[in-house]
Design a protein around this ligand. Sequence first.
Ligand code: ATP
Length: 333
Amino acid sequence: MHMSEKNNVVEIKNLTKFYGNNKALDNISFGVENGEIMGFLGPNGAGKSTTMNIICGCVSPSSGNVTVGGFDILENPKEVKKRIGYLPEIPPLYLDMTVNEYLNFVYDLKKVPFDREEHLQSVMERVQIYDKKNRLIKNLSKGYKQRVGLAQALVGDPEVLILDEPTVGLDPRQIIEIRNVIKTLGKNRTVILSTHILQEIEAVCDSATIIANGKIVANGTLDEICKSAGGKDEFIIGIIGDSQTAYNVLSSMPNVRRCDISKKEDNVTEFVVEQLSDADILASLTSEMAKNNLAIASLRSVNPTLEEVFIKLTNTDALPLNGGEVESDDSSI
Ligand code: ATP
């Protein structure tokens, strides 16, 4: 958990939000470390947008604290706004402006202290739209419009980027391009990226926070999250000795549901063994092997995938792991 580390650039403590009687956020706490790309994941209505809107100062909290770069969002909203670039799900683009006109407009709005031409050129280069600077935004493809959306978030060089479902509605090539741009941007700033697409988290993020029903149900690196959800009833067991005997012994153990050979290398054969839930085959494994002149060379449990963890923690129907690879305007996938 990155809950109270000094290095956190965004710190959320005991945040609660009511809309009327509806508790959208229920005492949530988490932090985002400086320089990390954090995936913010949760089913529809979990509270992602509410959290992001509170961090950006667009919605006020009912109780709790949020700081960005050490500044409290309520006490120092200007300092917070300076530090945040926000790409809402539908970017606020002015379609009749050229890319350059629009970014100049955003530059003025944000009262950016850097040299205008130099700064806007570097922003456009970072999202690779400099060659489109004189095109009307309405004539750009959806992928390029999204780059303009990212560019407006980058104007002023904020240390934190908040991106709400940045790849929704893009085609597969555009998705890959935008993900690469985000990964590059994340090299020297902090990114919070909300998405429904688990594969996007795996492709882009260092860590994730999973929210369900207004509560944080997991927070950490992807590895930590998968491990903390508990191992599955599956083991990879490497055996030295006759592989057919090993197979026969393993598959006839009373609590073994499934046994497959996964790989054979020199004198070690690896098996994937699934036990019945709540069974403990490990207790009798050593003696069973010894009885049959077999030796255990390696043994490890298989961690659940992010998708399995997500389903377990949020009690929702399966999400498409590769949902982002389909061109779709349906933001509810
Ligand atoms: P989605 O993925 O569908 O965008 P989300 O995780 O972003 O969902 P929120 O939009 O933050 O979820 O919504 C959290 C809860 O708060 C939901 O129950 C939603 O209906 C409610 N809610 C959000 N905005 C408002 C509002 N302006 N007025 C009343 N209720 C709201």
